[in-house]
Design a protein around this ligand. Structure first.
Ligand code: CTP
Ligand code: CA
Length: 224
C-alpha cells in the first residue's frame, strides 16, 4: 500500500520538470539532436505527481510514454524549451532541468532541403550558442523556488566527475546538481541509472542506483 500511495510530501507544491532532448532544425527534414530518451525526467515528473505535486512536464521529443498525472507541454527546440520553462518556472516550488538542451543551433535554417553540391567532398555547418536556461533561472531572483540541474558527463575518473559537477552547480546557481555518467553504452535509453547528487554546500547529499523511477524518488527525497 505504501508503494501505491507514497507519502504526500509534495502536496500543494507546484513542480516543473523538463525532460528529453532538444532538436535543432537544419532544414525541413533534418535536425541536430542528442540521445536523451527523457526517461529520467519523466520518472521524476511521475514520482512528484504521485507525491501530491501539481506537475508540469516540459517534454522535448520524449522516447518514452508521457507519465500520467502531469500536465505535458510538448516542445522541440531549445528556444521552445526556454520559452516554456521560463513561463512555467515563475512561482514554482521546484524546477528540475533534466532535459538535454542543445548547446548550439545552426546559424541559419534552410527553408529548402539542403542539396549536395555536385562532387563536393564535405559540408561545414555554422552553429551559434543557445542560451543556458538553467543559468538564466539561477541568475534571476527565484526566492522560494528550488532549482535542480543535471550534468551529463563522459568523465571516467570519479573525483574529476564530482569536481565537474560541483563546478557546474556553482556556475549555474542551482541548489542541487544530479551528476550522471553517460557514454556510448550508459545513461540514455536505459531503464536504470546511477547518480550522485551534490547539494547547496557542495557536499554529496545522496547517491542512488537503480531504476530511473527509484532514482527519481531518491532525488525528490533530498529536495523535499
Ligand atoms: N542546460 C540548460 N540550457 C542549456 C544547456 C544546459 O538549461 N543551453 C541545463 C541542462 O538541462 C542541465 C544542466 O544545464 O540541467 C547541465 O547541462 P550539461 O549539458 O551537462 O552542461 P553544460 O553547462 O551545457 O556544459 P557542457 O555541455 O559544456 O559540459
Ligand atoms: Ca551541454
Amino acid at each position: 500500500v505504501a508503494a501505491l500511495q507514497p507519502e504526500q510530501d509534495l502536496a500543494g507544491r507546484r513542480v516543473v520538470v523538463t525532460a528529453g532532448g532538444t532538436r535543432e532544425p537544419l532544414d525541413p527534414v533534418r535536425f541536430l539532436g542528442n540521445r536523451s530518451s527523457g526517461k529520467q525526467g519523466a520518472a521524476i515528473a511521475e514520482a512528484a505527481a504521485l507525491r501530491g505535486a501539481e506537475v508540469t512536464l516540459i517534454a522535448a521529443n520524449l522516447e518514452t510514454d508521457a507519465p500520467s498525472g502531469c500536465r505535458v507541454v510538448p516542445v522541440s527546440t531549445a528556444a521552445e524549451l526556454r520559452d516554456a520553462t521560463l513561463a512555467e518556472a515563475a512561482g514554482a516550488d521546484l524546477v528540475v532541468m533534466a532535459a538535454a538542451v542543445a548547446d548550439y543551433r545552426p546559424a541559419a535554417v534552410s527553408e529548402q532541403k539542403i542539396k549536395k553540391g555536385a562532387g563536393d567532398a564535405g559540408l561545414s555547418l555554422e552553429l551559434v550558442r543557445n542560451p543556458d536556461i538553467l543559468a538564466e533561472l539561477g541568475r534571476a531572483p527565484h526566492e522560494g523556488t528550488v532549482l535542480v540541474g543535471f550534468a551529463a558527463e563522459t568523465e571516467a575518473d570519479d573525483d574529476r566527475l564530482l569536481e565537474l559537477g560541483r563546478e557546474k552547480r556553482r556556475a549555474k546557481g542551482a541548489d542541487f546538481l544530479v551528476v550522471n555518467r553517460v557514454g556510448w553504452h550508459e545513461g540514455f535509453a536505459s531503464d536504470e541509472n546511477l547518480v550522485i547528487v551534490i547539494g547547496p554546500d557542495d557536499g554529496i547529499v545522496t547517491r542512488a542506483h537503480g531504476t530511473k523511477v527509484s532514482v527519481a524518488h531518491r532525488i525528490l527525497d533530498v529536495v523535499v
